[in-house]
Design a protein. Structure first.
Length: 92
């Protein structure tokens, strides 16, 4: 998976999967999760719950549905990443 690195004002290098910023088609994700034993129904229910909780956004283009990470989700990931890196710097 490609990663996108950004350097925030605090000087820590931050890496988030570039997929977090691009829309993903549901069919491909459901197929990929199937390789890990996750049923299509479970994958679709989980995506619906992520949308309900404001962590993903659903977009429709024709008959295809795409999902992207919401701003709230990206904010939570970035805050979590900061805490993890702060802990690793404190413990070294």
């Amino acid at each position: 998976m490609r990663r996108t690195a950004t350097e925030p004002a605090d000087g820590h290098l931050r890496c988030l999967p570039s997929a977090a910023y691009r829309p993903g088609a549901v069919g491909g994700l459901v197929t990929a999760l199937g390789y890990f034993g996750i049923t299509p129904t479970a994958a679709r229910v989980t995506l619906a719950r992520l949308v309900q909780r404001g962590l993903a956004e659903r977009h429709r283009k024709g008959r295809f549905v795409y999902y992207t990470s919401s701003e709230r989700c990206l904010h939570l990931l970035e805050n979590s990443e900061k805490r993890i890196f702060e802990l690793s710097v404190d413990n070294s």
